[in-house]
Design a protein around this ligand. Sequence first.
Ligand code: TYD
Length: 232
Amino acid sequence: MSIGTFISFEGIDGAGKSTHIARVADLFSQAGRAVVLTREPGGTPVSEKLRELVLHEPMDPLTEALLMFAARREHLVQVIEPALVRGDVVLCDRFTDATFAYQGGGRGFDWQVLGALERMVQQRPIQDPSSVSDPHAGHDRAGGNPSLRQPDLTVWFDLDPLIAAQRLASARVPDKFESQPADFFAAVRAGYARRLAEMPSRFARIDAAQAMEAVGADVTRIVRDWLHRRAP
Ligand code: TYD
């Protein structure tokens, strides 16, 4: 049975989510929960190798989408699903919504094809059906397709791409995605908005243009309220 908590964090590059994920981890640790902090693409040795490729090598859009989902499959099987079965809290810096936003919105890759890949990769049960007995497989608290593994809660740091670009300008050497122009990120943002519209019950949108402390306060409130509502 899957009894853990799965929370993902999303937003365009420069939206500032990383700092706040650590804060949410502290919140759960203080409440005595075991926390698994992870990220996509990445989170396993194989997935981290795929991350190196997709973040730095130019490639065909279908190849890019397939590698994102390949990395995700490995991550789900090796890390996310076992943690949820143990009852841990999984905090994931990006998940499938990023593929819809970046490859779907940003690159203009076919939304329906991404949906087919999502179903293939996230169909429950994730592990070999003969090795797990999960009475809750097929029951998804978060809405959407009931038989897919999805985050229970997705915190979306929503930010105007022009502000994000200003924040990133001084930050670091950009990777393949970070070096995209502002209109790419406007399309990524629209991709996130479309995912929210498709699955509103698991999304919480935060105005990431606020000062960092205000964003942090929003994140804490959202997670606390959500846990409160979810409590039996
Ligand atoms: P990011 O999460 O921003 O990590 P860091 O803070 O270390 O730069 O980088 C991951 C990049 O990969 C980001 O630009 C979004 C992109 N990405 C996709 O294009 N599709 C996906 O499915 C995922 C998970 C990420």
